[in-house]
Design a protein around this ligand. Structure first.
Ligand SMILES: [Mn+2]
Length: 430
């Protein structure tokens, strides 16, 4: 790791001006937690060990199907995306892996890409396949579906692409393939609902058979969009049934934005864990649908409750419990680096709050059916300001006390605006 993007001296001097106040706030929190019989340093150590992967596609300006408004200096290829992700990791010290997406991140030499990432202090997380759009020179179109298409030649092409992604992932050091398909229908009657799922299961089994030892296949469900009437893998029910049929290497991935409004996502987390099928997360937030807003920006309490279930799961692990944590957001109106810094902090903060829950008190209240005290066990943890824990964990590992302040002081984006070629106008999430 020789090529960190920002000056470490600049981060240290940025921190030096803030460490005295941070120490004061950290010690005050430590005394408050002492009175709750919680050891602050233990919490900080767990927070410091926590990490979440960044999406390569999250480092560029996203957009909607209406428009995209690029900013000067945003990345135009995987090399520049890695550099921006390295900035996030250098400041936050909690995002050491990048989740690549193919064909968006195709290169000729993946061994070299892996070395380039390692130089930046990064590794690779789950690889993502893409059969929801056509690529130049592709033999068959996905306009009528991919893994579930009625034409067997289209299905074979989609299966081959997923297997090619596994091969790339092996070269990058990944251990998982995330599969999301937009397949489905926009009209009643368009698709035989049962036969479409049969075709999905058959195609998915071919991909599953190509998984190397130690790999997992993460099935990502999504209720709607681009199919607005019926999506083939639309909810956690279809997802877990498919994962169970495929076998132990198949698990479910929960994208927080891919549910019906008001669905109890933390309960889905608990259910998936109960059956050993909780594979991972795509963290984001939403108000109306799959909005891909910044994690914790709309419903931070839900994020906390999800982590509460994850801490419960850590206490009662089941075979295969090793959830892959990833961010999956579309940064349409912010500097993507700033959104990823803010989101990584929100996610780690939700985890920290979940660690502060007095589990003995919670479990005792649950057993005694003491509803109010069970609720208060969660409430007491949730209202604790964990900011000093996160900042101290970062400062002690070379990150920034104030991630956004240090990033703005670095002048990174302005510098890149001089060096990088402009991104064209357009629409779409990337
Ligand atoms: Mn997702």
């Amino acid at each position: 790791m020789t090529g960190l993007p920002l000056s470490q001296e600049a981060i240290e001097s940025h921190n030096a001006e803030r460490l005295e106040a941070l120490r004061d706030e950290y010690d005050a929190l430590g005394r408050a937690l002492d009175r709750r019989a919680v050891r602050l340093d233990d919490i900080k150590a767990k927070v410091a060990a926590f990490s979440v992967a960044l999406p390569s596609w999250g480092s560029g300006r996203g957009g909607t199907r209406f428009a995209k408004f690029p900013i000067p200096g945003e990345p135009t290829n995987i090399h520049e995306k890695l550099a921006d992700c390295a900035v996030v990791n250098q400041l936050s010290r909690s995002t050491p892996r990048v989740s690549p997406h193919f064909p968006w991140d195709f290169v000729d030499d993946y061994a070299a890409l892996r070395e380039e990432a390692a130089d930046l202090g990064l590794g690779f997380d789950a690889v993502n396949s893409n059969t929801f759009q056509d690529q130049p020179g592709q033999a068959h179109s996905y306009r009528s579906g991919s893994l579930t298409a009625t034409d067997p030649a289209v299905r074979a092409q989609a299966v081959a692409h997923n297997i090619a992604c596994i091969e790339i992932g092996r070269k990058l050091g990944s251990r998982a393939l995330t599969v999301w398909v937009g397949d489905g229908g926009n009209f009643p009657g368009q698709q035989d609902l049962g036969a479409a799922l049969d075709r999905y299961l058959e195609s998915a089994a071919e991909i599953y058979a190509a998984l190397p030892e130690g790999w997992r296949m993460l099935l990502e469900h999504k209720m709607y969009e681009p199919a607005f009437y019926a999506t083939v893998i639309q909810d956690w029910g279809s997802s877990i049934l498919a994962a169970q049929q495929l076998g132990p290497k198949a698990q479910c991935l929960v994208d927080l934005g891919h549910h019906a409004p008001n669905v109890n996502i933390e309960q889905i987390v608990a259910r998936l864990h109960r059956f050993g099928k909780l594979g991972g997360f795509h963290f984001n937030d939403s108000k109306y649908g799959d909005d891909d807003l910044d994690s914790g920006s709309i419903n931070p309490h839900q994020l906390f409750l999800v982590f509460n279930e994850l801490v419960e799961a850590e206490l009662k692990p089941r075979d295969g419990f090793d959830p892959a944590y990833m961010i999956d957001q579309s940064h349409n109106v912010t500097d993507p680096i700033e959104s990823m810094l803010s989101s990584a902090e929100a996610i780690a903060g939700a985890y920290a709050k979940a660690l502060l829950v007095d589990r003995d008190a919670l479990h005792a209240a649950q057993q005694e059916n003491d509803v109010m005290m069970a609720f208060q066990a969660l409430r007491t943890a949730y209202r604790t300001d964990v900011t000093p824990i996160l900042a101290m964990a970062r400062a002690e590992t070379g990150g920034a006390v104030d991630v956004l302040g240090a990033y703005r002081d670095s002048g990174w984006r302005d510098r890149k605006a001089q060096e990088r070629k402009p991104v064209g106008l357009g629409a779409g999430i990337v």
